[in-house]
Design a binder for this molecule. Structure first.
Ligand code: C2E
Ligand code: MN
Length: 406
């Protein structure tokens, strides 16, 4: 099927414009052989390329392009199918936008095309040409350095927290994972993640249970989480725990149980964030809002966890505004290379900003993901890049340090 990929990238400093002619000549041959056509626009800093052809061949060439050392910050903007090629004349044609008058340049580009209708029918691919040529999206091009520009250094000296107390329960224990602000080098909060006494994960834990047993375990495990967290010496840091919305519905005295556990452990309700998973919120929305009212009345904050994974997305925020949302790994994975992910995350950030909802990113594994998200305005992160959850302990945080320019 005729497949189109459009990407944008940034030319490396050491690449001369002259050498681009050679590069294009080489690309032309490879592309022609693979029956791939397209156009490459260059504005002096950025490339913008459209590739069209059989799906496998386009993908193969794109993978090759992504590895090319002559450019960086490659962001895929469009991946789509079409009935006919828009730029079917050449394997690859280079077009330097600076050589045309500003007013005419879009038309000059479109005139190189072979599509029947140009911009008549609102073709997304050609609309991308318009935004690139007119540079209307430029503020969203975050120029992030290569991933290896930072080192992640475990820091013994900045120990901001104490060690959790040992679990006295024979049923549950917890792993702890910090949520950090990497640039101010502060731990913003700590999340308690349910574990079996020998360290098994929450899925394994709940899997063997039936009916209301799940909710009882969910609730009563929190007493253990609070007791263990009593050893952390939390000051301005928050403690996050996860709860199923139905736990608060099925057990009428649940909030009182939580409050008692919080008080016994020397914590205050204002320090506690209860995280609800987006998918579970949507499937029992009325029950959820009832539960939330009780928590808020007690001074406890509410977060929507796994935001973006439950298919409600922004619509959920029209019905209910939590104190914070946690953007899920499914959305942030490789965000630095994906135009659609970038657009969705920017919309989430903008929306939460208008509503004064705090935003954090969970599951950050790559330096580039972190840098892109930081450029987009997120400052709180949780992920293996900085600290993995540690069973029965608080892990060391690996803080980013910029490597000196060589
Ligand atoms: P969550 O609340 O989003 O917790 C973060 C999960 O992501 C944890 O998995 C953590 O180990 C994992 N994680 C953290 N950083 C990274 C990363 O960089 N990459 C990847 N791939 N994963 C990362 P865990 O501990 O297995 O927990 C899974 C889920 O189980 C939690 O997701 C939470 O929704 C649920 N859960 C945990 N504890 C409880 C609990 O006490 N009650 C309830 N109802 N659910 C819980
Ligand atoms: Mn969570």
């Amino acid at each position: 099927m005729l497949t189109t990929i459009i990407y944008r990238s940034h030319i490396c400093d050491n690449v001369s414009v002259k050498s681009l002619e050679e590069m294009v000549a080489g690309a032309n041959q490879i592309n022609s052989r693979a029956n791939v056509t397209g156009i490459l626009l260059f504005n002096g800093t950025h490339f913008f390329q459209l590739l069209e052809g059989p799906e496998e061949n386009v993908m193969e060439i794109y993978r090759h392009i992504c590895r090319d050392q002559r450019h960086y910050n490659v962001v895929e903007l469009l991946y789509d199918y079409a009935p006919a090629r828009r730029f079917g004349k050449a394997g690859m044609e280079l077009f330097d936008l600076r050589q045309s008058e500003k007013e005419e340049v879009l038309q000059v580009v479109l005139d190189k095309g072979t599509s029947k209708y140009q911009l008549t029918y609102n073709d997304r691919a050609l609309q991308f040409f318009r935004t690139f040529v007119e540079a209307t999206e430029k503020e969203n091009y975050f120029e992030i350095p290569a991933g290896d520009a930072w080192e992640f250094v475990p820091d013994d000296e900045v120990v901001q927290l104490g060690a959790p107390l040992k679990s006295t329960s024979t049923e549950y224990s917890f792993a702890f994972q910090p949520i950090i602000d990497p640039l101010t080098r502060e731990i913003a909060s700590v999340e308690a993640l349910l574990r079996t006494p020998d360290g098994g994960g929450p899925q394994a834990y709940f899997a063997g249970m039936q009916g209301d047993e799940v909710y009882l375990a969910d609730l009563h495990s929190k007493k253990v989480a609070f007791a263990m967290a009593g050893g952390l010496n939390l000051h301005e840091q928050a403690l996050s725990v996860n709860l199923l919305p139905m736990t608060l519905v099925k057990i009428p005295e649940a909030v009182d149980v939580l409050l008692a556990g919080i008080a016994t452990s020397g914590l205050v309700p204002e320090q506690i964030i209860v995280e609800f998973t987006e998918g579970e919120v949507i499937s029992g929305f009325d029950a959820f809002t009832g539960a939330v009212r009780q928590l808020k009345a007690a001074g406890i904050s509410v977060a929507i966890d796994h935001f973006g994974a439950g298919f409600a997305g922004l619509q959920l925020l029209t019905q209910f505004q939590p104190d914070r949302i946690k953007i899920n790994r499914e959305l942030i994975k490789d965000v630095h290379t994906s135009g659609p992910r970038q657009a969705v995350i920017q919309a989430i950030i903008k929306c939460c900003h208008s509503l004064e909802i705090a935003v954090s990113a969970v599951g950050v594994e790559k330096a580039e993901e972190w840098m892109w998200l930081e450029s987009a305005g997120i400052s709180q992160f949780q992920g293996h890049l900085f600290a993995r959850p540690a069973f029965d302990q608080i892990p060391q945080v690996a803080w980013p340090e910029k490597k000196a320019d060589l």
